[in-house]
Design a protein around this ligand. Structure first.
Ligand SMILES: NC(=O)c1c(N)nc(OC2CCCC2)nc1O[C@@H]1CCC[C@@H]1O
Length: 335
C-alpha cells in the first residue's frame, strides 16, 4: 500500500470514530461535543473519501445509514422472545396489590422488593438485533410475536448504533425500546405536511409508527425519530448483569440511550410517590408518556416470576389519565 493509499484508510477510520462518538455523546449522554456544522463537514469529508475509495466502505460506516432502495414491502419477522404487553395499574392500591403479589411469590415482604421505575414512552416499540456487535436486524413489535422487518429504516436513526461501542461486545444482543418523536419535531413535521398538502399525523405516536413504516428509508431518515432502549431481551454470553438497572447501564456503555428518569426504588409506597412525581413532570418532558413502567429489578426474580398469558408477572404499567380527558393533572387525586 503506497503512502497516499495509507492516508485515506487512516483518515476514514478517524472520521468514523469521531462521528460515532459524536452520535453517542449527542444521543446517549445528551452532551454534544460537535456542532451540527462540524458533524456535517466531517460527514461530507468521509463521503468524499469513500466515493474515491469505495473498496473501503463498510456497512457500519456512518455514511451507510440511509439506503436508497425503497422496499417493496416489509418481511415478517418472528420475535425470538415475544414482545409482550403490560398489565395496568391505576392507583396506589393497584401498585400495592402488584407489589404484594410479587412479594408473595418471592416469599418476602412487599417493602423488601426492589423495583425499577421508568417513564412509559408513548411511541412505537421496536427490536434491534446485534451479532458480534453489528446491527443485523430491526423489526416493529407487530402483534408481539411477529413484527415487520424494517432494518433499513431503523438504520437511519442516529440514536441507533450501527455497531456496539464497547470493546468487549457480546456475540448476540437483542435490545428493545421505543421509537419516539418529540413534540417539537412532531409540530414541525405537521407544519411541513400542511404546507405541502400532505398527510398530517394525529399524534407523535402515529407519526413515529408511520415514519418507521415508510417504504423509502430516505423519507424515514428525514423524520425526527429517537430510539430509547428499555430492555436487553437477549444477551449471549450473559455478561453476568444481575439487575435491570445494571443492564440498562450496560446498554448505555454499548451506545444506547436509556431513560434518565430510571430509578431503583424499594417498596410500593416509594414507587407510588415516583409515579405521582413523574405525573407532575409529564407536561414538561417534551415527549409523550402514558405512565410509568414498574419492573422487579432483580433478573433472577424476574425469571422466577415469569409471565401470565400475555404479560409478565414481574412488571406492570402505571397509567396516567389520557391527556385529552384531563384538563390538569391537579384534578386527579391519588387514592
Ligand atoms: N413503552 C415503554 O416505555 C416500555 C418500557 N419502558 N419498558 C417496557 O418493558 C417491557 C419489558 C417486558 C414487558 C414490557 N415496555 C415498554 O413498552 C412496551 C411496548 C409494548 C408493550 C409495552 O408497553
Amino acid at each position: 500500500m503506497t503512502k497516499s493509499d495509507a492516508q485515506p484508510l487512516e483518515e476514514i477510520t478517524q472520521l468514523r470514530a469521531t462521528l460515532d462518538e459524536a452520535n453517542y455523546r449527542y444521543y446517549v449522554l445528551d452532551d454534544p461535543t460537535l456542532t451540527d456544522a462540524d458533524y456535517d463537514r466531517q460527514f461530507q469529508r468521509l463521503q468524499e473519501l469513500e466515493t474515491e475509495h469505495p473498496e473501503l466502505i463498510t456497512p457500519d460506516s456512518p455514511t451507510q445509514r440511509v439506503g436508497a432502495a425503497p422496499a417493496e414491502g416489509f418481511p415478517s419477522v418472528a420475535h425470538a422472545i415475544p414482545m409482550l404487553s403490560l398489565d395496568n395499574a391505576f392507583s396506589r392500591e393497584d401498585i400495592h396489590a402488584f407489589a404484594e403479589r410479587v412479594a408473595e411469590r418471592l416469599e418476602c415482604t412487599a417493602d423488601d422488593v426492589e423495583f425499577t421505575c421508568e417513564p412509559k414512552l408513548d411511541g412505537a416499540a421496536v427490536s434491534l438485533v446485534y451479532e458480534q456487535g453489528v446491527l443485523v436486524s430491526g423489526a416493529t413489535r407487530g402483534d408481539g410475536r411477529t413484527g415487520e422487518g424494517i432494518t433499513s429504516n431503523l438504520r437511519t436513526l442516529r440514536s441507533v448504533p450501527l455497531k456496539l461501542r464497547d470493546s468487549n461486545v457480546p456475540a448476540l444482543l437483542e435490545v428493545r425500546g421505543e421509537v419516539i418523536m418529540r413534540h417539537a419535531g412532531f409540530e414541525a413535521l405537521n407544519e411541513r405536511a400542511r404546507e405541502a398538502g400532505s398527510k398530517v399525523f394525529a399524534n407523535p405516536r402515529n407519526a413515529a409508527a408511520g415514519s418507521l413504516r415508510q417504504l423509502d428509508p430516505r423519507i424515514t431518515a428525514k423524520r425526527p425519530l429517537e430510539f430509547h432502549a428499555y430492555q436487553a431481551a437477549r444477551l449471549e454470553p450473559d455478561l453476568g448483569d444481575t439487575s435491570h438497572s445494571e443492564l440498562m447501564a450496560r446498554l448505555a456503555t454499548l451506545g444506547f440511550r436509556a431513560s434518565s428518569e430510571l430509578k431503583v426504588i424499594k417498596g410500593p409506597q416509594a414507587v407510588a410517590d415516583y409515579c405521582e412525581q413523574l405525573g407532575e413532570k409529564r407536561d414538561g418532558l417534551g415527549f409523550d408518556i402514558d405512565g410509568v413502567v414498574i419492573k422487579v429489578n432483580d433478573l433472577r426474580h424476574q425469571r422466577e416470576l415469569g409471565f401470565v398469558a400475555r404479560a409478565p408477572r414481574w412488571a406492570v404499567a402505571f397509567k396516567f389519565p389520557a391527556q385529552e380527558e384531563v384538563t390538569t393533572l391537579n384534578d386527579v387525586e391519588f387514592q
